[in-house]
Ligand binder design. Structure first.
Ligand SMILES: [Zn+2]
Length: 139
């Protein structure tokens, strides 16, 4: 291990704090519009489809498909040196929004677009837990 600290999310406002506190408990929250029902991520104070204020928080199913991915072979950030190669990807959640994640506990050679994945939470420093994706178990 390099021991260098990795960059972490900043819990700057009420919206991000709500999201990351749930993540620390292993729950993936999305927002759903009270007016039109649209889901959205990242959290905002209004619906991005119809501009209605104050979307409600709902817990996501925690599954989706790997929309796209890249296998990171080299990094310019020393705090990630011990992680390469690793997979970074975009997951399209069952609810629709897309989430940027690392794909963990999945052999890199098994990665493919549209791969069914589950969201898992990886503990990080400071009580933070990062949502990541892993290949969905069959059955
Ligand atoms: Zn709306």
């Amino acid at each position: 291990m390099s021991g260098r600290p990795k960059p972490l999310p900043v819990l700057g406002d009420e919206l991000s704090r709500t999201y990351w506190e749930a993540a620390a408990e292993g729950r993936l929250l999305l927002q759903r519009c009270r007016a039109c029902g649209a889901y959205q991520h990242y959290p905002r104070g209004h619906c991005v489809r119809c501009f209605a204020p104050d979307p409600e928080w709902v817990e996501a199913a925690g599954s989706g498909r790997l929309h796209t991915f890249s296998i990171v072979q080299r990094t310019s950030d020393p705090s990630f040196e011990d992680d390469v190669p690793y997979a970074f990807g975009i997951v399209e959640l069952d609810e629709g929004p897309r989430l940027a994640v690392n794909v963990v506990d999945t052999p890199l050679e098994e990665l493919a677009c549209d791969l069914p994945v589950s969201i898992v939470f990886t503990p990080a420093a400071g009580g933070i837990a990062l949502p990541n994706a892993t290949r969905k178990e069959a059955g």
